[in-house]
Design a protein around this ligand. Structure first.
Ligand SMILES: CC(=O)N[C@H]1[C@@H](O[C@@H]2[C@H](O)[C@H](O)[C@@H](O)[C@H](O)[C@H]2O)O[C@H](CO)[C@@H](O)[C@@H]1O
Ligand SMILES: [Zn+2]
Length: 292
């Protein structure tokens, strides 16, 4: 049975930042890798000075531009089947929690959950993923679009299951506290340490106790592909980003290794002190819905 994995992300850049190595890992193995992006990222910052006037308050063209960045990023990750939830432009970037963009008539945060989920069910019925990957209920770090992406992915998976093609496993992106702690220590002497004010990893809006993590995907063979994908998102991720300096200070494994908690399904065989799975498809029952 062809392996099919579906990633649900909020903005262009999240797919590369949070799951780029995993996507490249499974694409390289010949799995059907589908990415659903829920918004175009219209409310993002612009770290490329010559594009500053594309911002929402001026030309309001950042969303279309970020779609081109996303396409370049996906080309670096491999053969990825990319869809925009409800079609490009259907749902708008809601901005950070509590900002006026939350109230925009097309904001994803204000979307009707059933209608948004129906768009995702349609894609799930076509690609029949055995595995779905999204964020935890806090959207990993509390962004409204990430929280809504979680809700839509979970509701769509529920509806798909009722119709006989639900995923066998659902994972949420996670950062083990041990990795977070090592990363903060690695950056401690860095000149551009964004976490200089952090004294305790519990201060971060994310971080999962190691024993609650279920899977660790080693995509370090795809480290360069992930870095190329991050660089494609230049409006969001400046050359000076800590994402690049931590790889230098922490080591390449930071960039190429991605972790997940298991929200639904049976955990397969694992390694190490906490039995972390090394394959998101491990332990799948044979009866998983076949791709159409
Ligand atoms: C990684 C991610 O989800 N980025 C979002 C996020 O971007 C943040 C936002 O611009 C904030 O104002 C900055 O201080 C912060 O550094 C950024 O990470 O929110 C944007 C607006 O919704 C979104 O476009 C971007 O993809
Ligand atoms: Zn995002």
């Amino acid at each position: 049975m062809a392996r099919s994995i579906l990633f649900v992300h909020a903005h262009p850049d999240d797919e590369s930042i949070g799951t780029g190595a995993t996507m490249a890992h499974y694409a390289a193995q010949g799995a059907h890798v589908t990415l659903v992006t829920c918004t175009l990222g219209e409310e993002g910052e612009i770290h490329v000075p010559e594009l500053a006037q594309l911002e929402a308050a001026q030309a309001d063209q950042l969303g279309g531009y970020r779609l081109t960045e996303l396409r370049t990023a996906l080309a670096a990750l491999g053969d990825i089947d990319h869809r925009m939830l409800g079609g490009a432009g259907r749902y708008r970037d809601s901005g950070m929690m509590g900002t006026p963009a939350n109230e925009h008539p097309r904001s994803f945060w204000g979307a009707d959950l059933e209608a948004a989920s129906a768009h995702l069910v349609e894609i799930m019925d076509e690609v029949r993923p055995q595995v779905v990957v999204t964020y935890d209920a806090n959207g990993f770090y509390g962004h409204p679009d990430h929280i809504q992406a979680h809700r839509v992915a979970m509701r769509a998976s529920e509806i798909a299951a009722e119709r006989g093609f639900g995923p066998s496993k659902i994972y949420w992106t996670a950062m083990p506290l041990s990795v977070l702690k090592a990363g903060v220590e690695a950056l401690a002497d860095s000149t551009d340490n964004p976490f200089a004010a952090v004294t305790d990893v519990a201060d971060f809006p994310f971080g999962t106790p190691d024993e609650e993590v279920a899977a660790c995907i080693d995509g370090s063979d795809h480290h360069d592909a992930k870095v190329a994908a991050l660089k494609a998102h230049a409006t969001q991720i400046p050359e000076t980003s800590w994402l690049y300096s931590i790889a230098g200070n922490f080591g390449q494994e930071f960039m190429g290794v991605e972790h997940y908690t298991l929200a639904h399904g049976v955990r397969g065989r694992g390694d190490g002190p906490y039995g972390w799975e090394t394959d998101l498809f491990s332990g799948l029952p044979d009866g998983s819905p076949a791709a159409r």
